[in-house]
Design a protein around this ligand. Structure first.
Ligand code: PRP
Length: 188
């Protein structure tokens, strides 16, 4: 997949600045994160994994298969970026999970914490539902936000401050299907 012809087939010809995390490196780290999550909860207690769509869909699918423990899975949809590359500051809840959070161990799964806006809006909303515990697991953390209401308990990678795409992350809805994470060339 590092072959530039194959990459361009998936990007529609768009040039990447660089590959930031290869598929192999992501898989290794996701497996470690699964083990870290298993170690954090008592054996007989079920975990509700709540994935934020759309960005987390690939990470979540890989992560839950690395959690050797009964889990239930639900999703919520919160969109803020629209078609641009800069957060609008608004977080819209487009789909609310059916799952009951009250009294349960909940892990919110994010692909990336960037400005922190999404997390800062969602955490209080989830807390209001009285989960037994609530933790955030994110594949990428840019460490830009200085006012996060809660630091993610599990972070895959401390990410560079570049516009990242692939493995679920998009630009204008494109590139989510790249099996690695790359950064997009800035427009000239
Ligand atoms: C992206 C990403 C995170 C959020 C992080 O979602 O998936 O949820 O932005 O950015 P923040 O920390 O600055 O809030 P987006 O709203 O683009 O929707 P998507 O998941 O459908 O790509």
């Amino acid at each position: 997949m590092r072959d530039s012809v194959e990459v361009k087939a998936r990007t529609g010809g768009a040039e990447l600045e660089r590959v930031v995390y290869t598929a192999e490196r992501i898989a290794e780290r996701v497996a470690e994160m699964g083990r870290e999550i298993v170690d954090a909860y008592p054996e007989d207690e079920e975990i509700l994994v709540l994935g934020l769509l759309k960005g987390s869909f690939i990470f979540l699918a890989d992560l839950v298969r690395e959690i050797a423990r009964p889990v239930t899975i639900d999703f919520l949809v919160a969109s803020s970026y629209g078609a641009g590359t800069v957060t609008s500051g608004e977080v819209h809840l487009l789909y609310d999970p059916d799952a009951v959070l009250e009294g349960r161990h909940v892990i919110l799964v994010e692909d990336i914490v960037d400005s922190g806006t999404t997390m800062n809006r969602l955490i209080p909303m989830m807390e209001d539902r009285n989960p037994r515990s609530l933790e955030v697991c994110t594949l990428l953390h840019k460490h830009i936000a200085t006012d996060l209401v809660r630091e993610p308990r599990w972070v895959g990678f401390d990410a560079p401050r570049e516009f990242l795409i692939g493995y679920g992350l998009d630009h204008s809805e494109n590139f989510r299907n790249l099996p690695f994470i790359g950064s997009l060339k800035a427009p000239e």
